[in-house]
Design a protein around this ligand. Structure first.
Ligand SMILES: Nc1nc2c(ncn2[C@@H]2O[C@H](COP(=O)(O)OP(=O)(O)O)[C@@H](O)[C@H]2O)c(=O)[nH]1
Ligand SMILES: [Mg+2]
Length: 325
């Protein structure tokens, strides 16, 4: 066994034991470019964590809610991994979740592991990295992985793909529910939460949401809970945890948990294949200087992008046949 491999296997043993320093070290390794080998070793040990996405506009109280949920889960003797995804954040590493003091308390608990993910070039890269980190936490024996994301676009939709249950958090001042619908948030919600229940406008938003959900074509069998919370006062949080648990048991009873997870694995394979092909395309098949030559000719209309794309794709498939299969 090569030195590095032995190191990896040893690391994985400590990871499975849930050792925090090892978790942190493996996450850093996974976040570096060439991590597929490590992930390949980790994958067989994953699959038992329940993934919950918490998404909504900035300032809605997601982090506060995540800490409140985590505390309840800890009370039930569960292990909790928390991933905070903030593409706009220039920081990385440290805990930058909501109420610093309370989150720091939480981070000290031996059954909690918190990780912040900041922007990493492309948003697609961020979603990818988040999934990899979730896999590490899953293998590290977390019962729940809570993933906080800002509800603004494609990243959430991508990340929602790894979550078994998606909780969408809105607040009265975030504007009306139409905004949320535009952002596609209602589409991905399994549970709706109106937080800042102590603020004015809360009841109106609840009513609007109920109406919006009635209008929406119902996925069979699951009654979308629309809950009110005041995260700072820990109000409504128990109901939210119960709703998450009910959704989990609904999914497993109906066989949908397995179906959905298989769909996610299929997507994962597609992503990984695309990633490899993209790399291969850039590095080996279409070096920059060749593209420039082609571009000159296309610009003069001597070559045709439609035809060229077909030719290149055929070349890739031929090469792939020879090399990989
Ligand atoms: N009044 C009130 N403030 C809240 C509530 N939940 C969170 N906050 C506050 O709202 C601010 C943003 O909370 P945070 O959890 O960081 O929001 P995030 O950006 O969605 O993660 C903080 O000052 C929180 O203390 C609530 O239920 N009521
Ligand atoms: Mg936050």
């Amino acid at each position: 066994m090569k030195g590095r491999q032995r190191e990896t296997v040893k690391g994985i043993r400590a990871l499975l034991a849930g050792e925090k320093r090892t978790i942190a070290r493996i996450i850093s390794a996974v976040e570096s470019e060439d991590s597929e080998e490590i992930l390949e070793h980790i994958f067989p040990h994953s699959g038992s964590a329940y993934h919950v996405g918490i998404t909504g506009p900035p300032g809605a109280g997601k982090s506060t809610l995540v800490s409140a949920i985590a505390k309840r889960l800890l009370g039930k003797r569960k292990k909790v991994g928390i991933i905070a995804v903030d593409p706009s954040s220039p920081f990385s590493g440290g805990a930058l979740l909501g109420d610093r003091v309370r989150m720091t308390d939480l981070a000290l608990d031996e059954n909690v592991f918190i990780r912040s993910m900041a922007s990493r070039g492309s948003l697609g890269g961020l979603a990818q990295a988040t999934k990899d980190v979730a896999l590490v936490l899953d293998a590290a024996g977390m019962d729940y992985i809570l993933i906080e994301t800002i509800g603004v676009g494609q990243v959430e939709l991508d990340i929602a793909q790894v979550c078994d249950t998606t909780v969408v958090v809105l607040v009265p001042e975030s504007g009306d529910s139409i905004q949320a619908m535009k952002a596609g948030l209602l589409e991905i919600a399994d549970i709706m939460v109106v937080n800042k229940g102590d603020r004015e406008g809360c009841e109106r938003l609840l009513t609007e949401l109920k109406f919006a959900f009635e209008m929406r074509e119902q996925k069979v069998g699951w009654d979308y809970p629309i809950l009110k919370t005041t995260a700072t006062e820990d109000e409504g949080v128990e109901e939210l945890v119960v709703a998450i648990e009910s959704h989990a048991s609904y999914l497993s009873k109906t066989g949908r948990l397995e179906d959905e997870r298989k769909k996610k694995l299929l997507l994962r394979i597609h992503e990984l294949i695309e990633k490899r092909i993209r790399f291969h395309l850039k590095e080996n098949i279409m070096p920059e200087r060749d593209i420039i030559k082609l571009l000159d000719k296309m610009y003069e209309r001597k070559l045709n992008p439609y035809r060229i794309a077909g030719q290149i794709a055929r070349r890739i498939i031929r090469l792939a046949d020879r090399r990989f299969v």
